[in-house]
Design a binder for this molecule. Sequence first.
Ligand code: C2O
Length: 539
Amino acid sequence: CRVRHYKFNVVMTNTTRLCSTKPIVTVNGRFPGPTLYAREDDTVLVKVVNHVKYNVSIHWHGIRQLRTGWADGPAYITQCPIQPGQSYVYNFTITGQRGTLLWHAHILWLRATLHGALVILPKFGVPYPFPKPNHEAVVVLGEWWKSDTEVVINQALKSGMAPNVSDAHTINGHPGPVANCSSTGGFKLNVESGKTYMLRIINAALNEELFFKIAGHTMTVVEVDATYVKPFKTNTILIAPGQTTNVILSADQSAGKYLVAASTFMDSPIAVDNVTATATLHYTNSGTNLATSQTTLTSTPPLNATPVANNFINSLKSLNSKKYPAKVPLTIDHSLFFTVGLGVSPCPTCKATNGSRVVASVNNVTFVMPTTALLQAHYFNIKGVFTTDFPGNPPFSFNYTGTPPTNLQTTNGTKLYRLPYNATVQVVLQDTGIIAPENHPVHLHGFNFFAVGRGLGNFNPKTDPKNFNLVDPVERNTIGVPSGGWVAIRFRADNPGVWFMHCHLEVHTTWGLKMAFLVDNGKGPNESLLPPPSDLPKC
Ligand code: C2O
């Protein structure tokens, strides 16, 4: 293992997409940002220097950060933001993880343009548990707004309405040939007949779960969220914001050009579609002047193709081999039930919506961002920043299947749920559908969890646990709570610190669909948080 040094200069960069040019926030002038490479067991030091007028923080999404919560990145949760002109060195060691993850800004909506791939190679000399592909490529899916994303979100907060959806999806930063003014510059994946390619697919979009497809080809899924899965073939990938999926693609079709596409999945009566992003898979041995008629188009699933989504999700199982066993907690110390969903709350200044606005909550608590980072408040015992009375069960009972409950009320608060070090935890996440049912990709910081159960309608505590998969459930860090349904996750609280859990649709996070766990120190010498680094930003 070695130490890897990276420097991230956060700067404004003029970028042209969809017929117009605007300055966007980037790392080192690139959109998407640079790919960060490391190996399992390496120590990574990333010096982030803030040259822009916004506060910045960077999150290493899916990195366990064992005892190094100071480097996790969510602003006001584990650190105060890096202020304009300041810098901070994120210092962490990658323990027991290998695969594809992503890094992204974790403050307001800066993630829209501040994101990139994080590739962790296996330890030197350790092979993949599948035939080694001939080549690898990173495929980052995102979104593009014609207006400034900060303007989009501020308008939404002021008006009380949902913000505008993005103007296009992107593949490696480009909407692709189908979008306006985009015939050039789209992403091109060059392949050679007979070779195999590992695509490291990342969904870095703000607000959209996506289907990903390559015309004429099937893909073999081998890994999600940097954990190996039992390989399976599919022609469509479902990937939520924050999730990553590695697939093996064989260039086994007749030489030519094939369209690659990323389109929205949203199973909700309030769904709006965005412009599908496209890219080109190009067999280099097919010659240089292929006529466009030789391009094979792909048809993406419709917006609300829930059967396609379910089919993909149900195929995901942990590899659970001797070398990579699924360590599912079999007994549970803390059994929690969290409702996640949207609601309404009074907003006297919101004229467009007659004095109300959309809010979101977990167990009817709309999370209020503190002004001091929670991890500092915890470590230095600063009083009055948070409380530890986050409810383990919903305070009101209601029907989760779509009938609006009589009590829509949410409470504002910075409430944490306290877990003793090493406790085993089960959380059932139930979509409530207060305004309308909707998918919620929920991300837990600091841990991987096992997705042991999933269903539609109301979770039944008597019968549903009987069907849990405790043998080879998929292990990940971000899980889609189905629209009008539930998922059950299990993890071991073996990482001391303050760990954020939230919907990875940024619009829902903004509305308050977030909470945090406080995990106490353990008793052993390696079970407590390391001291904070000296350059930790101050609020
Ligand atoms: Cu990828 Cu808290 O986020």
